[in-house]
Structure formats: structure tokens, C-alpha cells
Design a protein around this ligand. Structure first.
Ligand SMILES: N[C@@H](CCCCNC(=O)[C@H]1CCC=N1)C(=O)O
Ligand SMILES: [Mg+2]
Length: 259
């Protein structure tokens, strides 16, 4: 799994402001509004214990401080533990954390100690970015394209199927595609069909996965993927809105889902 870098997390508040404005423009709601409708919850000043985890590739610069910014942005009472790992866990619980946020190289979780709910970043991120794409007010049909069927893409595709969208999907890994066809009933997207979409949810760790033949002249691309799947020249040539932000939107989805 691709890990965030400290550079990805610079200017997070600017990235959030720009993306929230775009989301509001194309869906009618901002991130708070969409998360509230998606999960039927709202933040209530819960205490958020942020625990740095030193396993694997180790602590990522800007990661814990970014989570603190996100908690505060959504009106929550965040704190970063002085120590990492188990010592940090003990500290967070002793300090009365209602929700624990911590990540190793494979899983990033939000665990609500009061109601027992737990969320993973990859599912919460897939769901929220798919949801954003599906709420494009100028969409011309219920057809939606999902690019990438890994942990994030699959979760988003499953969410869109549940919501009754016509999900077309592609992934270079044929086993991933087969699994999604079997389990979700999605339709494989083939370039030869020359079918164009006004809503695209992209969840791959590769650049330039979106080509001209895939999108309508007016289109919304929603992606947590790093680097961006939309080539800049295509974004300029067509009336494409892009929602792309490395962490805040996915973490908002995690937090709202465990409230
Ligand atoms: N152990 C490190 C955090 C590691 C996070 C790795 N996971 C990712 O980069 C995922 C989460 C969102 C996007 N990619 C620390 O505590 O500083
Ligand atoms: Mg995000």
C-alpha cells in the first residue's frame, strides 16, 4: 500500500478549503453535510486520542499533526499522545479519549471506545469519495465509472451498488475485476464500448489512469488516489471538476462513521 509522505500533507487546510468549495459547488453540500447524511451522525466534541505508531516504516512527519488539525476542524477535542505505540495507547485511554486514531503501514483505524464502533481508512475513504462522485448534480444518468478495485476502490464500488447506481469498473488486475463482478454484480468497463461517464471515482496509486474516451464533456472526478489519475491537459480541455485531497476527507468519513 502506498504510504503518505510529509510532503503530501503540506498545506492541508488550503487543500481542504479548495476541495470543500468544489464539493459544495458540484453536489450542493460540503463535506460535513455529506458525512452527516451518509452516516446520520454529527460530531459532539468527543475527545480524540491520536497515537503515533512506530512499527514498519515508522512515524510519518506531519501525520499526527494533520490528524489533530482534522479533529479540531470538525469541532472535536483532539490530542496527540506524548509516547507512541502501547505506551501512547495507555496514555490516550487514561486521558479519557472517546475515540482512538492510530495507523500502522497497513491499517489506519478510528475506534470509538464508548460505542465500540470501529472504522478503517480504506473503507471510509472509498465510501466517501464514491459518495461525492455519485452526488454530481449535473450527472446525465446513474452510470458511474470506478477505476481501481483494490481495498479503497472495492469499498466505493460496493457502496455505489448498494445505492443503486449502474457501476462500471476496471482494474488491470483481472482477479480484482472478476471478484467485483462476482460479488458486486458490477459491469466490466471496456474501452471498446466507447461509453463515456459524467461521474468517475478513481482509486489507484497510478497517474493518468483517466483517458479522454472515458469522460463526457462535463464531468466530476473524485479521487483520494496519489498521484492524480486525471491528466492535467484533459482537465483543461473538458469542463472537469476534480475532488482530490490526501487525508482530510477520508478521516472525516472515518470519524462520522463511528460517532
Ligand atoms: N505509523 C505512522 C502512520 C502510517 C500511516 C500509513 N498509512 C497511509 O499512509 C495511508 C493512510 C491514509 C493514506 N494512506 C504514524 O503513526 O505516524
Ligand atoms: Mg482523503
Amino acid at each position: 500500500m502506498a504510504l503518505l509522505t510529509p510532503q503530501d500533507l503540506e498545506n492541508l487546510s488550503v487543500q481542504l478549503e479548495e476541495n470543500d468549495a468544489t464539493i459544495k459547488k458540484v453536489t450542493g453540500l460540503d463535506v460535513r453535510g455529506i458525512c452527516g447524511e451518509l452516516y446520520g451522525t454529527k460530531p459532539d466534541s468527543q475527545k480524540i486520542g491520536i497515537i503515533p505508531i512506530s512499527s514498519g516504516e515508522g512515524i510519518i512527519g506531519n501525520f499526527a499533526s494533520s490528524l489533530l488539525f482534522i479533529a479540531q476542524y470538525f469541532g472535536l477535542n483532539g490530542f496527540i499522545t506524548e509516547h507512541p505505540d502501547i505506551t501512547g495507547y495507555y496514555e490516550a485511554v487514561s486521558q479519557g479519549a472517546d475515540i482512538i486514531l492510530m495507523a500502522d503501514d497497513h491499517m489506519f483505524v478510528a475506534h470509538n471506545l464508548r460505542n465500540g464502533r470501529i472504522a478503517s481508512n480504506h473503507v471510509a475513504t472509498g465510501v466517501i469519495y464514491a459518495e461525492i462522485a455519485s452526488r454530481f448534480r449535473e450527472a446525465t444518468s446513474k452510470d458511474i465509472l470506478v477505476i481501481g478495485l483494490g481495498r479503497v476502490g472495492y469499498a466505493g464500488a460496493a457502496h455505489l451498488v448498494r445505492k443503486g447506481f449502474n457501476v462500471y469498473a476496471c482494474d488491470p488486475n483481472r482477479a480484482f475485476l472478476e471478484k467485483a463482478v462476482q460479488e458486486l454484480g458490477i459491469s466490466p468497463y471496456c474501452r471498446e464500448d466507447r461509453k463515456r461517464f459524467s461521474m468517475v471515482f478513481e482509486a489507484t496509486p497510478n497517474p493518468d489512469t483517466i483517458s479522454e474516451g472515458m469522460i463526457e464533456e462535463r464531468c466530476l472526478v473524485s479521487t483520494p488516489g496519489i498521484p492524480c489519475g486525471l491528466p492535467p491537459e484533459i482537465g483543461r480541455k473538458y469542463r472537469v471538476d476534480l475532488v482530490m485531497e490526501p487525508l482530510v476527507i477520508g478521516v472525516a468519513s472515518m470519524l462520522y462513521s463511528v460517532m
